[in-house]
Write a protein that binds this ligand. Sequence first.
Ligand code: SAH
Length: 472
Amino acid sequence: MSPSKNPRPEPSSSAPKQGSARRAAGQPPAAGGGSKAPAGGSNADASRPQIRPKAEGWQQPMDAEGRPKLQFAQPKVKQPPKHLADMTLDERIDKAKELGISGFRAKQLSVHYFRHYTADPEQMTDLPAETREQLVEEFLPPLLTEVRRLKTDDGATIKFLWRLFDGALVESVLMRYRSRITLCISSQCGCGMNCPFCATGQNGLTRNMSSAEIVDQIVQANRAIAAGELDAPNAAEIAEEQDHAALGEETEFAESEASAAAGKGASSSGVGPQRVSNIVFMGMGEPLANYKRVMSAVRRMVDPAPEGLGMSARGITISTVGLVPAIRKLADENLPITFALSLHAPDDQLRDELIPVNSRWKADEAIDAAYHYYETTGRRVSIEYALIKDMNDHLWRAELLAEKLNARGRGWVHVNPIPLNPTPGSIWTSSEPEVMRAFVNRLESLGVPTTLRDTRGKEIDGACGQLAAAED
Ligand code: SAH
């Protein structure tokens, strides 16, 4: 449900109590106390309104037990056909043998799919003509049908709209940068997490995507890249390479592909990787609510061909609203992927409304789980923070966030604030640029590495939180 009216600011707290005890309880310090004015500014921060979603016009959807509505389990619906990318190489070989075909054929078929991005029997000339059709039918059922694609950033960003076997619609966004190509992928049809500022959450969860449906987004994107359909970023975009697509590490793969392309005299789209090098699970859905299929998709991404795509795990980022037990499980997977927590507020009072799953696991528990991820994997984690005007952008929140992160240690976390992207019918807007700068500066001055990012694809509703997969 989208809020439809402008919220009336709640009266800002004028309670006499101040200090960290009060702040830890999620209350702003009284005006003039605790929080300093933005550098070079007036006392604007302290006197700004403190808006919460439950202001006039927005009501949190509740379940039968009176708790914030969340859908963890998918409705009982038909599942997509099993595909080669749902299986390990051994499972594919076994299946081929069951069909009375040599196991070697399963390997060849895997090379076609994972290395040449093809599912077209005509192109599989190394396979006997009489078994090609059967093999493709058994192992490569069509999963994603392209409905529409929208380009922006002079062709360096493409948003794909896919129809799945049952008519469900999902989106992925492909972005070329100077030395990486990032694909933002979906993991569920819809989403059950109900965050009021995100377009995807407004229609609930239709179903989980299968591992192969998740992986096929990458294979299809690679096919488009190979066909020269993704253009190079222009100079302005290169100068601004500062968004979520930059999450995860610049992979060795990207570097070697870049130099290979340079050696070949480059391609039509310039020097750079020639296939997707980075993945962010920031499309539709909550990846950790579809844990098993997402993890098997990740395995397929990192398995070397012909088992999988041979991508670097370091270039893969999983982002979550904060499903604490699943975060802890993820830490134990022994995969060096990048982890991102969508925190958006350090205090439970606001986060309870902004991220309904906070009713199950509180901000501190989510931060503890993120810290556990760092401790277990040694990989620095990201905290996502969409800056929403007068809601979560106050300096006292930057201070409370820094306090909570620093209390657990130093050097383990990076904060990524981004301006809120507009979504249809939403009453909220992005923070003012000077407020964002002050927020970032406060975190930095408190020793928390922070990068203000912006997201590509806003013009085509392809940016974070804007994916809603309507056909028109
Ligand atoms: N469910 C996962 C991943 C999908 S959303 C998660 O919540 O992390 C990817 C990121 O976009 C999350 O950090 C999410 O909070 C953020 N996001 C959602 N709506 C947004 C909006 N309108 N503007 C900016 N970021 C948004």
